[in-house]
Write a protein that binds this ligand. Structure first.
Ligand code: IPM
Ligand code: MG
Length: 360
């Protein structure tokens, strides 16, 4: 029986509750299609800091590197807010992305027909939206140097460097064109080339790469306009390609099209076998232990793992269909509740989706 080794990094807050449900779902898929998923737990974020005085211990990195894929819950808790920046839980995320070279972050924003009224936008604007945001994840102002806070002219001076190597732009552009080829063959690259030199290079390289994908219709958009267009007419987008900082902002914005952060998964990929899958939401420490958070984003992240790490496209589709069926049947956690929703717990949501998989 084929065995897949998965590093299970639950993290902080509700991380354990949501990853428990994703494990339940992967085990159900394993049972149905005869695979073994072997989960090895590791510490990341605040819980790792508590034990090892670092949010990303070497043992966790080694575990992540030797695994076939990483499933991450979420990191962070208010109780770590006063820690120095180098050891805050969020640092672990940046560290693991860089160490595993996870440069391609795929963040789909899908609107479920049954849930269009959850969105703060009008249903007719969001219904039918299906966007894939491809965010570069290991470069840009997030990692650029020089950086720091110094004293200059007798006052404090803070600075970061927004920068990209040609090779970094090239590889993420190839990734985006490939994803566009699998979808509706429309790619919109987002930058700020009217102001930033780094964006001028970005645009030039994306144009060069586009010659290898003649079937993909490429457009460019400034990030301020993109922020507006995502709300004005989200259906115009198929795949959006952008840098690390703009992608961080636009993916949070796009999440509101679907109405709840609790629905949206992500995949972070490299050009080796390393890959990490996590919900795009945070650790919600205020909801910890209450069995009320929505596990769907994490379950769909596990589905993305099957597709992007293991090539199990059918099994991916089976999970997605089971989630859709569950929503269609009117079940929901509190964050996705409409007047007729049957409100259920985190673990019940996992059980119902599991049943829908086993009986599909
Ligand atoms: C995200 C988060 C992270 C980021 C933070 C927690 C470091 O906002 O994954 O979008 O900025 O990348
Ligand atoms: Mg973010």
């Amino acid at each position: 029986m084929k065995t897949y080794n998965i590093a299970l990094l639950a993290g902080d807050g509700t991380g354990k509750e949501i990853t428990d449900e994703a494990v339940k779902i992967l085990n159900a898929v394993g049972e149905k299609y005869s695979y073994t998923f072997n989960f090895e737990p590791g510490l990341i974020g605040g819980c790792a800091y508590d034990k090892h005085k670092t949010p990303l211990p070497d043992t966790t990195l080694e575990l992540a590197k030797k695994s076939d894929a990483v499933l991450l819950g979420a990191v962070g808790d208010w109780k770590y807010d006063s820690l120095p920046p180098e050891v805050r839980p969020e640092r672990a995320l940046l560290g693991i992305r860089k160490e595993l070279n996870l440069f391609a972050n795929l963040r789909p924003a899908t609107v479920y027909p049954e849930l269009t009224s959850l969105s703060p936008l009008k249903s007719e604007i969001v219904s039918g939206t299906d966007i894939m945001i491809i965010r570069e994840l290991t470069g840009d102002v997030y990692f650029g140097t020089p950086k720091g806070i110094e004293t200059k002219n007798n006052e404090f001076f803070g600075f970061n460097n927004m920068c990209y190597f040609e090779s970094e732009i090239k590889r993420i552009a190839h990734c985006a064109f490939k994803v566009a080829m699998q979808r509706n063959k429309k790619l919109c690259s987002v930058d700020k080339a009217n102001v930033l030199d780094v964006s001028r290079l970005w645009r030039q390289i994306v144009n060069e790469v586009s010659s290898e994908y003649p079937e993909v219709e490429l457009s460019h958009m400034y990030v301020d306009n993109a922020a507006m267009q995502i709300i004005r007419d989200p259906k115009q987008f198929d795949v959006i390609l952008t840098g690390n900082l703009f992608g961080d902002i636009l993916s949070d914005e796009a999440s509101m099209l679907s109405g709840s952060l609790g629905l949206l998964p992500s995949a972070s990929l490299s050009d080796t076998k390393h890959a990490m899958y996590e919900p795009i939401h945070g650790s919600a420490p205020d909801l910890k232990g209450k069995n009320i958070v929505n596990p769907i984003a994490t379950i769909l992240s596990a589905a993305m793992m099957l597709k992007y790490s293991f090539g199990l496209n059918n099994e991916h589709d089976v999970i997605v269909s089971a989630v859709r069926k569950t929503i269609k049947e009117g079940y929901g956690t509190r964050d996705i509740s409409l007047p007729d929703t049957k409100i259920i717990t985190t673990s019940d949501m996992g059980d119902i989706i599991k049943n829908n998989i086993l009986h599909a």
